[in-house]
Write a protein that binds this ligand. Sequence first.
Ligand SMILES: N[C@@H](CCC(=O)N[C@@H](CS)C(=O)NCC(=O)O)C(=O)O
Length: 217
Amino acid sequence: MTATLTISSRNYSSWCLRGWLLCTMAGLEVEERVLSMDDPSARAELLLLSPSFLVPCLIHDDVKVWDTLAIAGYLDEIAPEAGLLPAERKARAHCRAVSGEMHSGFANLRSALPMNLKAHYPGFKVWAGAQADIDRVTEIWRECLQAYGGPYLFGEALTMADAMYAPVCMRFLTYDVALDPASRAYCRAIAQWPALQRWIAAAKTEPEELEELDAEF
Ligand SMILES: N[C@@H](CCC(=O)N[C@@H](CS)C(=O)NCC(=O)O)C(=O)O
């Protein structure tokens, strides 16, 4: 079986990171196609590949699936044994809900603290709108960590929710966000995730394409 994941910047693209982590969790080996968003011919190619014009986009055999949540659902279908969703029905619903909340929400957090894996901003000043998102994210985390015992959101095994929130953990570390002890421990546990470390190492070798990124990405 051949699979291709079209991605853009490893350093800036949080959705590509999520999609790639999900493929890794599902044990799906993907050939990565890295497209530069600034290059018009790459954009034309992307339009053919990904009808939404957005990345990541997974092509697996004759199936094309874009949008991270749809990719997660597809991967769970083809690799149910990988545990992208927890085994128990109530926990599965909870995992879907918090993954969906990340996917559709937190616009202030995403625009004020864009992912930038190469950067570190000690003492970064977080504005109130983004702080409200941070408070909600850490509330979700504390509830999960307490209910399922950690170290990951749904217990001892990583699930799709951890892939959804991994870029948020990296943002919190990049922007030196003040966190409660449980959330800080969770961010540190996620930062140790070997697949994420591989992605970060590759991101650090990427040429500087964008000087400043203040749009949601
Ligand atoms: N809801 C989409 C969001 C994907 C998204 O916004 N991708 C960004 C990169 S992280 C993108 O493709 N932007 C296109 C562009 O910048 O032209 C998903 O879950 O995959």
